[in-house]
Design a protein around this ligand. Structure first.
Ligand SMILES: C[S@@+](CC[C@H](N)C(=O)[O-])C[C@H]1O[C@@H](n2cnc3c(N)ncnc32)[C@H](O)[C@@H]1O
Length: 250
């Protein structure tokens, strides 16, 4: 898949693309990421891409002309899925990430200042995505968050596919605790079952820990699941069943 990023500060994104999983998926030709500076499409001698807001008020707005010109260059036939990163968009979740990983061409538009002229959103943008209920100074970091989340679910991204399958949110449950050597550290022991070599017991323990951790930290996630009698028994044994019942459905 190809991702084009249109930004005022693409240099924020470029170094991260050269590391870890992001580099690996690009080297494996699973993903191509191109970053573009919006100023390339500015037409005046100062390369300006922003202007004052009609109606007054503080803060500049990204002008429509350079953005439309850039979209015309990057996506001449209008087939790309254009995403505007904005705190007003739908909250990024793992299912959205997985759906977007099936696209062939994404264009990520990063805002700055007060954001983009509304006509860009009306005419060019397919989807608006937020990475959380807070306001950052630009869309570059949100774009990088989205690229990273997509890259790690692309086939071949992770050396061990199982490590993606167990991640938090992949099955609406938070990930279970992890331990590595040594078996005893600072008076704290690794749970016996993990040292047993008994795979079935280990899987059961991991599942129960995921369930309990989700019930403690994000009980509303469990509202979306059909809990089995065994699940409910695990939660009741920990006094967590009520917390799940009383949590708000998302
Ligand atoms: C200072 S913000 C503008 C906020 C805008 N005035 C509003 O209230 O919706 C500048 C840019 O940062 C990006 N941005 C900030 N917070 C974001 C978030 N939580 N998720 C995605 N993008 C965000 C957007 O691209 C936005 O256009």
């Amino acid at each position: 898949m190809k991702i084009d990023v249109l930004a005022l500060f693409p240099e924020i994104i470029a170094p991260a693309l050269q590391t870890g999983i992001l580099k690996r998926v690009q080297d494996a030709n699973r993903l191509t990421v191109n970053t573009y500076n919006l100023r390339e499409w500015a037409t005046d001698k100062h390369k300006s891409v922003d202007d004052y807001a009609y109606g007054g008020g503080a803060g500049m707005i990204l002008k429509p002309e350079p953005i439309f010109a850039a979209a015309g260059t990057l996506d001449p036939d209008g087939s790309a899925h254009v995403i505007y990163l904005t705190p007003q968009g739908m909250l990024l979740t793992q299912p959205i990430t997985e759906a977007l990983s099936l696209e062939t061409h994404l264009i990520l538009m990063c805002g700055r200042y007060k954001g983009v002229d509304e006509r860009v959103r009306r005419k060019l943008v397919t989807t608006e995505i937020s990475i959380g209920d807070y306001v950052l100074s630009g869309g570059e970091i949100p774009a990088l968050v989205l690229i990273d989340a997509i890259a790690r679910v692309l086939p071949g991204a992770l050396g061990d596919y199982d490590s993606a399958r167990a991640d938090s949110f992949t099955h609406e449950l938070l990930d279970h605790p992890h331990y590595t050597r040594p078996a005893e550290f600072a008076g704290m022991n690794v749970p016996e079952v993990l040292l047993s070599g008994h795979h079935e017991n280990i899987e059961e323990w991991r599942y129960a820990e995921s369930l309990k951790r989700t019930a403690k930290r994000r009980p509303e996630l469990l509202q979306k699941l059909e809990l089995t009698e065994e699940d409910i028994a695990i939660l009741e044994a920990e006094g967590l069943a009520e917390a799940v019942k009383n949590s708000e459905r998302n």
